[in-house]
Ligand binder design. Structure first.
Ligand SMILES: *Cc1c(COP(=O)(O)O)cnc(C)c1O
Length: 364
């Protein structure tokens, strides 16, 4: 049976491989599998959040509060905006879906960097929009402005810090791109890893509030990374009220579960957990940098919770990723992004020890 023509031509998003797959295919015990492929927080679920989830589990028979009052209030307070300037999604992924459906059609084009978050392309293509990419994998202001002037895309996606490369663009440069586009173009600033970038270098720190003077800009954030709630599926968009109102028209009712909302509200209260996560990360990523230097591997300076190793000619990222997989270490091969590179989520000290050891066993 044939689906819509546009859908027939789409590729599926390749999610990080689950632990269960490695257990099944290679007979490795689950406790011996090290998953460093999906940029999850290695500290695990915050115990205070876990308790809040359990305490609310008895409300499972009731629909969630569709106004999402408590979560919007908490986010509004944290980011110094109004609750009506916030939209909540099942992950910021879902907000990206709302954005595409609200603004794109078969006459539209969208602009993004050469190597960036795969879902921008997937959602845009579902609507029949044309994809335009800048030449560099980094976000370069001049390349964005030149491509904008040439194509007048409906949406410009800025992913900072960028997944899957880990680099970031300064706030000053983001503002230059925003200033260069007219108000009929929506600029999406995806800050999924912003907590890590802000901790590393103030020049790369962008707060939603910084962008609120622009009617055509939306900031996206998520609870999946620094807040360690990837499994609960909560993200948000922050933008002027009129833009939020437009996006709300395509939001299905009850798109977030009661337990997800409780978890997010609780997680926001515990900023110490976020600080500790970033402190652990900062310490461990230095080991990845030292390991790369010691073994002649190039890496991209990272503003995220992962690091991207660029392999030299003669090495194959796909081969190394597959060999690691057979040894129970799941990382991300970037060959499908056109890069001979590996993206490794920085794990716990023990997970990282295992990665270093197995990497040396498989890479020649
Ligand atoms: C992880 C990620 C997201 C969103 O993740 P959700 O789990 O859907 O909130 C968005 N953008 C980028 C660049 C990401 O890496």
């Amino acid at each position: 049976m044939k689906a819509n023509k546009i859908i027939e031509t789409l590729k599926n998003y390749e999610a990080g491989k689950p632990i269960e797959l490695v257990v099944r295919e290679f007979g490795i015990a689950p406790e011996d599998v090290v998953k460093l492929a999906s940029n999850e927080n290695p500290k695990g679920t915050n115990p205070a959040v876990l308790k809040a989830i359990i305490d609310s589990a008895h409300k499972a028979h009731l629909y969630p509060d569709d106004s999402m009052y408590a979560l919007k209030e908490a986010l509004a307070k944290r980011y110094a905006v109004e609750p009506n300037e916030i939209i909540i999604g099942a992950g910021s992924d879902q907000v990206l879906d709302f954005i595409a459906r609200a603004f794109l059609n078969e006459q539209s084009s969208v602009l993004m960097s050469q190597v960036t978050f795969a879902m921008y392309e997937i959602y845009a293509k579902q609507l029949g929009a044309k994809i335009i990419r800048t030449p560099s994998y980094q976000h370069r202001v001049d390349e964005f402005i030149e491509a904008y002037q040439l194509h007048h895309p409906k949406i410009v996606y800025i992913c900072t810090p960028n997944n899957p490369t880990g680099d970031a663009i300064s706030k000053a440069d983001v503002l230059k791109i925003i200033e260069a586009v007219d108000e009929e173009t929506l600029v999406v600033v995806d800050g999924a890893y912003m907590e890590y970038a802000s901790a590393k270098d103030d020049r790369f720190s962008i707060a939603p509030k910084d962008l609120m003077i622009y009617p055509n800009v939306i900031y996206l954030g998520t609870f999946s990374k620094a807040y360690a709630l990837g499994g609960m599926r909560i993200g948000y968009g922050i933008a002027p009220h009129a833009l939020i109102q437009t996006l709300s028209k395509v939001r299905p009712p009850f798109n977030i579960t009661t337990l997800s909302m409780v978890a997010a509200v609780e997680a926001l209260k515990d900023q110490d957990f976020v600080h500790d996560s970033i402190a652990l990360h900062s310490q461990e990523i230095e080991r990845y940098e030292a390991f790369a230097r010691d073994h002649g591997i190039n890496y991209i300076d990272s503003y995220t919770n992962f690091i991207t190793y660029i392999l030299r000619d003669g090495q194959s990222s796909t081969q190394i990723a597959n060999r690691l997989l057979e040894k129970g270490v799941i990382i991300r091969d970037l060959a499908s992004y056109g890069m001979n590179a590996l993206r490794i989520t920085v794990g716990t000290p023990i997970q990282n020890d295992i990665f270093f050891r197995k990497y040396l066993e498989v890479a020649h």
